[in-house]
Design a protein around this ligand. Structure first.
Ligand SMILES: C[S@@+](CC[C@H](N)C(=O)[O-])C[C@H]1O[C@@H](n2cnc3c(N)ncnc32)[C@H](O)[C@@H]1O
Length: 260
């Protein structure tokens, strides 16, 4: 059995709109609602503690379990989780690349994103302690990842490009996917989202979790709304689960998917 989130599950098929609307209304000037604008998916990674909070992970219960982190990039979740006895595997398009190439790209992307995020009201800065603190956390994440990558490349770090994953059916107890689907909905169409979800569920034994469920404008993802109504996904159960973590505004819930 996978650990159950500490929060009560919301069985309603849609996220609580009223909560989300209230948070967005705190952004005073309409022009300030403009979120982070990116011309490409960036190579910026989070640490295990952020994953723990937004995915509602019970790390003790995951000990010895197999966990796949899809589109893991330069996140340090995989190295930190393995150190805790969790059998984590990371899969990302970038694991075809050498250490030096990844290092240069993630350092560049972190500077670019930090500049682009400065002053944005679409973030609750108090959650993370400000722009400089965010930069520090993201830097720590990529340094931990880079220190682990050369020795574990091809074993823990497996190259793969959604919507296809290089794993057998039902290989992992739990699959996680953060900051690729839904949030980048302008970069990927609905069909990509649907095929990626089906592929993630193919390699997952129990449950997959996706975060965030909003885009960079802090609005509920249109692709997610469409998925909830999609007849081709009727065999799946979608639950929007509240989290106690909200850096990007309105990102205080996570999508959990299981088979019916
Ligand atoms: C913003 S990062 C998120 C990293 C990590 N999940 C986190 O939250 O810290 C997005 C990642 O998605 C990866 N990516 C982009 N397109 C992909 C695809 N089609 N298949 C797999 N990974 C992809 C990028 O290489 C990048 O590492």
């Amino acid at each position: 059995m996978l650990p159950k989130p500490k929060h009560p599950l919301m069985s309603a098929p849609r996220p609580a709109l009223s909560e989300n609307t209230a948070a967005v209304s705190e952004i005073e000037h309409p022009a300030a609602r403009r979120g982070l604008v990116l011309d490409e998916v960036v190579l910026v990674g989070r640490m295990l503690d952020e994953y723990r909070r937004f995915f509602s992970l019970d790390l003790d219960a995951l000990h010895g379990r197999t966990v796949l982190d899809v589109a893991s990039g330069v996140s340090s979740f995989c190295v930190e989780a393995n150190a805790l006895g969790i059998r984590a595997t990371a899969c990302d398009a970038i694991y075809e690349l050498d250490h030096a190439v990844i290092r240069a790209r993630c350092a560049r992307d972190l500077e670019k994103v930090t500049r682009a995020m400065s002053g944005l009201q679409t973030y609750r800065w108090e959650t993370i302690g400000g722009l400089e603190a965010m930069h520090g956390l993201r830097e720590q994440a990529y340094l931990k990842f880079l220190a682990d990558y050369p020795a574990q490349r091809g074993t823990r770090y497996v190259p793969g490009v959604l919507p296809v994953l290089p794993f057998a059916d039902r290989s992992f107890d739990l699959t996680l996917c953060s900051y690729l689907l839904f949030v980048y909905e302008e970069h990927f169409d609905y069909e990509f989202h649907r095929q990626s979800l089906l592929e993630i569920m193919r390699v997952t034994r129990n449950e997959a979790r996706f975060y965030p469920t909003v885009n960079y404008e802090c609005a509920r993802s249109e692709h997610l709304m469409r998925m909830l109504e999609d007849k081709a996904l009727r065999h799946l159960r979608f639950e929007i689960v509240p989290t106690d973590f909200e850096f990007l505004r309105n990102s205080n819930n996570c999508l959990h998917v299981t088979r019916k």
